[in-house]
Design a protein around this ligand. Structure first.
Ligand SMILES: C[S@@+](CC[C@H](N)C(=O)[O-])C[C@H]1O[C@@H](n2cnc3c(N)ncnc32)[C@H](O)[C@@H]1O
Length: 250
């Protein structure tokens, strides 16, 4: 009688929130999963290391295989006829297939994600394509909004105040309408959108409350008064917080 062939179980996919940059701001659970994984998948720009990899590098061993997923486009997308959406979809499909090859071979893959994986996280594109086919676990991370509030030492929202998270990529009129509606906000994805966002903040009379930070908790973190920020130097990893008015008691 032929010996039964044992099926090779698939590897597990871990979506790991690695926190905002400081290597110590990874959770104990994410660190355990990171060190258990044979393959470390991470996104990075062309010729770049990737912030998520940088923040966990001190925790990795040499025998863990690195799987870089290099973005085909970063920064402001080229104008039409360049098909930005189609290019990114094809990139995420191909990235998921590269991860799936390891999972099918029985290797656990840790997919790194800055901050939290399910909060505007790059891991979501892998999750959308792979989670229903493979054993998947998501480990939350310290997201950049709360990390920025911590380094700025600014309470974000008191009591029943409303808090909006906005992308600086929104059209100026939408930003103005939404910021006028809320009592507190975080505005992410600044980069080349900074000047537009600052204009709106000043028009709404929020300049006194708004706080700017770039690369919060990373080695090259910078905090500057909004008025002194040079728009040409604003990196993608930056944020403006408009904290709620301080609670003065009943
Ligand atoms: C694609 S989102 C990723 C969010 C991430 N998943 C999280 O939980 O924070 C990228 C945006 O997050 C913000 N961001 C991420 N890390 C940051 C940091 N260390 N300091 C300031 N902003 C940061 C920036 O606004 C950046 O444009």
């Amino acid at each position: 009688m032929a010996a039964a062939i044992e099926p090779i179980p698939s590897g597990r996919l871990f979506g790991l929130g690695v926190g905002p940059g400081d290597p110590e701001l990874i959770t104990v659970k994410a660190l355990r999963r990171l060190r258990e994984s044979q393959v470390i998948a991470y996104y990075a720009g062309p010729h770049k290391h990737g912030n998520a990899l940088t923040s966990v590098e001190s925790w990795l061993r040499d025998d863990q295989e690195r799987l870089p997923l290099i973005y085909p486009v970063t920064g402001r997308p080229p104008p039409p006829p360049f098909d930005y959406e189609g290019t990114m979809r094809a990139f995420y499909d191909a990235s998921a297939e590269r991860v799936a090859e390891h999972l099918r071979a029985g290797r656990d893959v840790a997919a790194l994600c800055e901050g939290d994986p399910l909060f505007y996280g790059s891991f979501m594109y892998l999750h959308d394509r792979l989670a229903e086919h493979f054993d998947t676990e998501v480990v939350p991370g310290v997201c950049s909004v709360v990390a920025s509030a911590s380094v700025l030492q600014t309470p974000l929202v008191y009591r029943d105040q409303t808090f909006f998270v906005l992308a600086g990529t929104l059209p100026e009129a939408d930003l103005e309408r939404l910021l006028a509606e809320t009592q507190a906000a975080a505005i992410m994805k600044l980069g080349s959108n900074f000047e537009k966002v600052r204009r709106v903040i000043l028009r709404l009379g929020l300049g006194g409350r708004a706080r700017y930070v770039e690369r919060a908790t990373m080695a090259n973190e910078q905090i500057r008064p909004l008025a002194e920020v040079d728009p040409a130097q604003v990196p993608y990893f930056s944020m403006i917080l408009v904290p709620g008015e301080r609670w003065q008691g009943e």
